[in-house]
Design a protein around this ligand. Structure first.
Ligand SMILES: [Zn+2]
Length: 333
């Protein structure tokens, strides 16, 4: 394959879809493909080239620095070292920095080889799964509805097991999303992958859905931002699933404006609203939520997050070994 390229950038030739292997194709994206066996230098230089991945990289690399700036800023006003109450927030802030960075790295280096492409997206998926668990930690710590915390609804079981169930959904998310990379491209694969991310997201959001449906007697300032984050998340899911606008006008949005870039932007806007909402709950609800707290110990916040990180890393290692084994087997036959 390959042959005459569309144009030449700093990283080398840029190709049409029909010139690169089929598994590198993106739906309805006709051009802007990098060489499927790019070197590290070519990948790094490609961030300045007009490829179909360039804005995928920037739309997650720049937000990483926004979240790093937020951590730096908060570090001066919150005693993260000694105030146990802040540990779930710190866990969440760490995953806020990690998931867009992992995604930017995945989009940057996924054209180094077939194997690299899979491993890059294993990392991306596991970072998203870790993020979902970070969300569960802060929702449990600061955002649970008053009715459930004060036991007036009889939901004690849900309150006590929420974080453990979120851990299971996060691990399943990593496992299922990585498994989809071994499936043939199809609508079913897309639906399973979307479902793998939707399940932890929807489960984690139950306390916030509840707060929206059954408002507290206390008026919390974060309600509006909690609602708006769902709106951005809904738009993000729609863009991911629909492949709009490139589905309507293939070839027009190859470099700027295709659905994956818009999906990145919408999901980051959702996380920015979520972060602001959580910071409001963190400050306003302390005297209310702290008496019914599970998160006092390291093992219930940062330590738990570390455990999920280790489990996700083991899952990625197993999938990578499986990938190398399959590649070796194909060479032998
Ligand atoms: Zn992406």
């Amino acid at each position: 394959m390959l042959g005459m390229s569309v144009s030449t950038g700093l990283s080398g030739p840029i190709y049409y879809a029909h010139q690169v292997p089929e598994h590198f194709h993106e739906h309805y994206i006709l051009r802007g493909y990098r060489h499927p066996k790019s070197s590290v230098t070519q990948c790094l230089l490609s961030v300045f080239d007009p490829t179909n991945e360039t804005l995928n990289i920037w739309t997650h690399f720049l937000p990483t620095w926004y979240f790093v700036y937020v951590v730096y800023h908060l570090w001066w006003s919150i005693d993260f070292t000694n105030d146990v109450y802040s540990w779930p927030l710190l866990s969440y802030l760490l995953v806020c920095c990690a998931f867009p960075l992992a995604s930017a790295v995945a989009h940057l280096f996924n054209v180094m080889s077939d194997c690299a492409r899979h491993v890059c997206f294993f990392l991306d998926y596991s970072a998203l799964s870790l993020f979902s668990f970070g969300v569960a930690l802060i929702y449990r710590a600061y955002c649970f509805p008053s009715h459930i915390l004060s036991n007036t609804t009889g939901c004690t079981w849900f309150k006590d097991h929420y974080v453990n169930l979120a851990a299971i959904t996060a691990i399943l998310c990593t496992f299922i999303s990585c498994e989809t990379r071994f499936m043939k491209p199809s609508a079913a694969r897309k639906a399973i992958r979307l479902g793998a991310f939707a399940i932890p997201y929807l489960f984690d959001s139950i306390p916030i859905f509840y707060r929206i449906l059954f408002p507290d007697v206390n008026e919390w300032s974060a309600e509006y931002l909690h609602k708006r984050q769902f709106l951005f998340a809904l738009v993000a899911a729609f863009l991911y699933a629909s492949h709009l606008p490139e589905r309507l006008l293939p070839g027009i949005f190859d470099i700027i404006g295709h659905s994956h870039q818009l999906f990145h932007v919408s999901s980051i806007l959702a996380v920015m609203d979520q972060l602001q909402a959580v910071l409001l709950d963190f400050k306003e609800r302390r005297s209310f939520v702290e008496p019914c707290w599970q998160s006092r110990e390291f093992s219930n916040s940062l330590g738990y997050l570390l455990n999920i990180f280790v489990i996700n890393s083991i899952i990625i290692m197993i999938f990578t070994i499986r990938l190398l084994y399959l590649k070796h087997k194909m060479k032998c036959t």
